[in-house]
Design a protein around this ligand. Structure first.
Ligand SMILES: NC(=O)c1ccc[n+]([C@@H]2O[C@H](COP(=O)([O-])OP(=O)(O)OC[C@H]3O[C@@H](n4cnc5c(N)ncnc54)[C@H](OP(=O)(O)O)[C@@H]3O)[C@@H](O)[C@H]2O)c1
Length: 322
């Protein structure tokens, strides 16, 4: 089978397509025949070495497909079952292993492409809007990179709750997508100052919560966009890591709350994983949640796919198809 491996840290060129043996599932594991791989920013951090992963490794953690075989002790899955997971052990591959307890069954009317496109980013948007900061109708949120993978899903979920969504994006094309996903106001943060725009749009008041996946270039101004006792949710760093931060700033800017959540802690148990993913996949199945697949690349073009994501040229989700 073909896999995409990383043997040294570096640019997209370190992603190498290699031949490998199809692995056998060990105790508690299942072998998945991968039909669609979800591309995520974390794979760029692992490739560059910003996040530590022991070398060499097969890239990727999110995929959907069908169970090919199960290992000893697995009673909840059978060959042929359609599944999705964001905890696949090396998802950029034609076949991949996963712990059976991290695999989520797919509703009949959700395709494996849709599932691979929504599992990680949809579950993220779900926990951010319901648990990290449980948004209520009438509140206002600021969503950075609102036409991105997580961004479009966040806009939809927040709008459905009845919150007002202010989005930021870099281009007019992305602005149109964010508006269609439920953002009432969209700011082009590359050409205008988003802090003063947010103040203008909220009559000087500010927003209840900022969902910030951009990090370095947006963090400080985002704090200035919050109402007193507002919540800064820093959940990513697409523009780079945030500089060391003086905690007293939170007091000065209005007794603010700051959190840096990550999906693992919000889907730690199987019950929580199934609950959150079930809600997301159920919304896709019912048509309540739209999944935008912006681009698809053949698996062998993982290098180009990561270049597009890193280069800010993607909208919604990017998939690799083995
Ligand atoms: N904590 C969690 O649980 C969790 C879960 C999922 C994802 N994340 C994080 O959330 C972030 C977004 O993930 P995603 O997969 O949905 O990606 P994405 O938002 O689809 O792509 C990144 C977007 O960030 C914006 N951006 C701003 N400055 C950038 C820069 N200097 N370089 C590249 N992009 C820049 C771009 O949108 P514009 O062109 O509109 O600016 C770009 O399209 C990533 O940092 C990811 O690691 C965290």
């Amino acid at each position: 089978m073909k896999v995409v491996r990383v043997s040294r840290h570096g640019g997209p060129e370190v992603l190498q397509v290699e031949d490998a043996e199809v692995p056998r599932p060990g105790p508690g594991q299942a072998l998945v025949r991968v039909e669609a791989v979800g591309l995520n920013f974390i794979e760029i951090y692992q490739r560059t070495g910003l996040y530590k992963a022991p070398l060499p490794f097969t890239a990727g953690s999110e995929a959907a497909g069908s169970v090919e075989a199960v290992g000893p002790g697995v009673t909840t899955l059978r060959p042929g079952d359609r599944v999705v997971s964001s905890n696949i052990l090396g998802a950029y591959a034609e076949y991949a292993l996963a712990q059976a307890e991290r695999l989520v069954p797919l509703p009949d009317n959700v395709t494996t492409r849709q599932a691979a496109a929504v599992m990680l980013q949809g579950t993220t948007a779900q926990y951010l809007t319901t648990s990290t900061f449980p948004l209520r109708a009438g509140q206002t949120c600021l969503v950075h990179a609102a036409a991105g993978g997580v961004g479009l899903l966040l806009c939809q979920m927040a709008a459905r709750i009845g919150a007002r969504v202010i989005g930021t994006v870099s281009t007019e094309e992305k602005a149109a997508l964010a508006r269609a996903a439920g953002a009432q106001d969209v700011i082009l943060y590359t050409t205008s100052d988003f802090e003063s725009e947010v103040k203008r749009l909220t009559d000087g008041a500010g927003v209840h919560v900022v969902y910030d996946s951009v990090g370095r270039t947006t963090f400080t101004k985002s704090l200035n966009c919050l109402l007193p006792r507002g919540m800064m949710v820093l959940f990513g760093q697409s523009s780079g890591p945030v500089e060391p931060f003086e905690l007293q700033t939170l007091a000065q800017k209005g007794s603010l709350f700051l959190t840096r959540p990550t999906i693992g802690h919000y889907t730690a148990t199987r019950a929580e994983l199934l609950d959150r993913a079930g809600q997301v996949l159920g919304s896709v199945a019912s048509g309540a949640l739209a999944v935008r697949i912006g681009r698809e690349f053949p698996l062998a073009q993982a290098e180009e796919a990561q270049q597009e994501l890193e280069g800010r040229r993607t909208t919604g989700k990017v998939l690799l198809i083995p």
